[in-house]
Design a protein around this ligand. Structure first.
Ligand code: PLP
Length: 398
């Protein structure tokens, strides 16, 4: 008998499965709204000019490829801290924040989860309902029990405010509460400044540990605006975790550029926490890769490249906004039997469109338009060429 004869086939990743089906579709009019990637007006993943310039300089410098420190490039970690906490952050001045380069936002979540497992082995992890599909699996694979708090209200296409607060308040003391800091994936529904204050108080009362996941900084209202929740928690005096990612904001998906930041109570605590985070990293992959983080660090630390990146990011953000608006208007113009105005209120790349699994299936089979069965569509995959066919098809399946 083979060692692997009893190994079962793992379930297919639903979103990657969708892309495989899309690739096999021969209809020239097909559109993939199931992806989690920003496409430009030409339907391609952009290579940002700021990235291109930094890469040219890096190649010209013939930099050797030695090992990085376990926590990554120092200039990168510091630039991440400033983006998240602000240039004038008192926490940073006091040396209370630990930041380690990580393999994308996913890697940051995993390192954070593994470290938390050592600190709070019996804690419950609470994630939003719904959440990015990897959140649950990631914390479960780190050994935690994961449950969800109410978040999305299908009737209003908005936030279930009361449900969310009630569920956070009902968690066992010292739970880990995972929060999407901006541009919620998959719904596009974010908290208002007032909602954040109430969530912060509920978290404080329960003695919970907040874990803010920020994978889309700059895709919502702006770089600083999207960091509002991080800044609020920073002022609260609570210890908390932040996983951040440049996959989207730098269009560097495959380079795996993210970071884990941990806010501690003192410089001394920070040194001890960093030493333990380094142990987690060391025993997982030893140290992070050089290319993506060195590119991001050069862009963020050069005034010219930084200005170029901010302009390019504003361009991506603006294009998503205008696609949201155009989607709403064109659906109305196509005579859609439903008001989609809520789509323009949502933030980030995604929208919970309110389409049912049957309607999504009809979009695929009759029109070659691919979306996630939950009704999640990637607004960033729309462009002026595919908008008419997409809105026409949606109006027909309603
Ligand atoms: N967190 C959220 C909410 C996400 O949507 C994503 C990516 O889709 C990630 C984390 C992971 O980001 P990365 O691709 O940098 O690992």
């Amino acid at each position: 008998m083979s060692l692997f004869s009893a190994v079962e086939m793992a379930p297919r990743d639903p979103i990657l499965g969708l892309t495989e089906a899309f690739n096999a579709d021969t209809r020239p009019t097909k559109v993939n709204l199931g992806v989690g990637v920003y496409y430009n007006e030409e339907g391609r993943i952009p290579l940002l000019r700021a990235v291109e310039e930094a890469e040219k300089a890096r190649i010209a410098a013939h930099a050797p490829r030695g090992y990085l420190p376990i926590e990554g490039i120092g200039a990168y970690d510091q630039a991440v801290q400033k983006l998240l906490f602000g240039n004038d952050s008192a926490l940073l001045a006091d040396g209370r924040v630990v930041t380690a380069q990580a393999l994308g936002g996913t890697g940051a979540l995993k390192v954070g989860a593994d470290f938390l497992k050592r600190l709070l082995p019996d804690a419950v992890v609470a994630i939003s309902d719904p959440s990015w599909e990897n959140h649950r699996a990631l914390f479960e694979s780190a050994g935690f029990r994961v449950q969800s708090y109410r978040y999305y209200d299908a009737a209003s296409h908005g936030l279930n405010r009361a449900g969310m607060l009630e569920d956070i308040k009902a968690l066992p003391a010292r739970s880990i509460v995972l929060l999407h800091a901006c541009c919620h994936n998959p719904t596009g529904v974010d908290l208002s400044a007032d909602d954040w204050k109430r969530v912060l108080e509920a978290v404080r009362e329960g003695g919970h540990v907040p874990f803010l996941d920020i994978a889309y900084q700059g895709f919502g209202d702006g770089i600083e605006e999207d960091a509002e929740a991080v800044r609020l928690f920073a002022e609260s005096g609570l210890p908390f975790f932040v996983s951040s990612s440049f996959s989207k904001s730098f269009s560097l998906y495959g380079e795996r550029v993210g970071a884990l930041s941990i806010v501690t109570a003192s410089k001394d605590e920070a040194a001890r926490v960093l030493s333990q985070v380094k142990r987690v990293i060391r025993t997982n992959y030893s140290n992070p890769p050089t290319h993506g983080a060195s590119v991001v660090a050069s862009v963020l630390n050069s005034p010219e490249l930084r200005a170029l990146w901010e302009a390019e990011l504003a361009g991506m953000r603006g294009r998503i906004r205008s696609m949201r608006q155009a989607l709403v208007e064109q659906l109305a113009a196509q005579g859609a039997k439903r008001d989609f105005a809520f789509v323009a209120q949502q933030r980030g790349m995604f929208s919970y469109s309110g389409l049912s699994a049957e309607q999504v299936e009809r979009l695929r089979s009759e029109f070659g338009i691919y979306a996630v069965a939950t009704g999640r569509i990637c607004v960033a995959a729309l462009n002026s060429r595919n908008l008419a066919s997409v809105t026409q098809a949606i109006a027909q399946v309603l």
